[in-house]
Design a protein around this ligand. Structure first.
Ligand SMILES: CC(C)(COP(=O)(O)OP(=O)(O)OC[C@H]1O[C@@H](n2cnc3c(N)ncnc32)[C@H](O)[C@@H]1OP(=O)(O)O)[C@@H](O)C(=O)NCCC(=O)NCCS
Length: 154
């Protein structure tokens, strides 16, 4: 499995990933097309590929000190094999210079909450009625800054 920058040719695969993994919260085809074409400044799309097929994607926006993980999704058949972990590592690498990575995740998405916690994200806030269906978002943060000893600190 490899992680690479996405291209416009990945549109169909990313549309399917969004719809399968995120349902009503999926981004529109138009927005994905703009993003994959590189027309949304500060937003970076990555895909994970296995045996020639796209099995996951991640979207990160970078602005100053803050990196925001806007998306991470893996096709159901490829889950629990480290795909999202590889996408997250690559997203963190892209965020060089930022001192924290933030994200919002549905409070009812136990799998994603467990995934983020396993990677060091901690809850810092909640946003009520954040999603279209009224669900709450949990805001999570991963410190990226280097401490004196060169290791991440909280
Ligand atoms: C959340 C998601 C991205 C995880 O992807 P993944 O490729 O399966 O994750 P990984 O294989 O890298 O998991 C790494 C670790 O995270 C934790 N983890 C991942 N998914 C988990 C789950 N469903 N339940 C509990 N822990 C989980 C585990 O500790 C796992 O290690 P292990 O498999 O050795 O136990 C995937 O389930 C998914 O696409 N969900 C739908 C989309 C979504 O909710 N995205 C997040 C909001 S944008």
């Amino acid at each position: 499995m490899t992680v690479r920058a996405a291209t416009p040719d990945d549109l169909d695969a990313v549309v399917v990933l969004e719809q399968d993994a995120l349902g009503p919260d999926a981004w529109s085809v138009g927005l994905l097309e703009e993003g994959l074409a590189g027309r949304v400044p500060t937003v970076y799309y990555l895909v994970a590929e296995s045996d020639g097929s796209v099995v996951g994607h991640a979207v990160t926006s970078l602005a100053g000190d803050i990196a925001e993980l806007q998306r991470i999704a893996v096709t159901p058949a490829a889950r629990r094999t480290g795909v999202a972990s590889a996408l997250l590592d690559a997203s963190v690498a892209l965020a060089e210079g930022a001192d924290r990575m933030l994200l919002e995740v549905r409070a009812d998405n136990a799998g994603a909450l467990a995934f983020y916690a396993a990677h060091g994200f901690v809850e810092v806030d909640r946003r009520q009625k954040y999603y279209k269906d009224g669900a709450t978002a949990v805001v999570m943060r991963l410190p990226l800054g280097k401490g004196c000893g060169g290791t991440a600190t909280s």
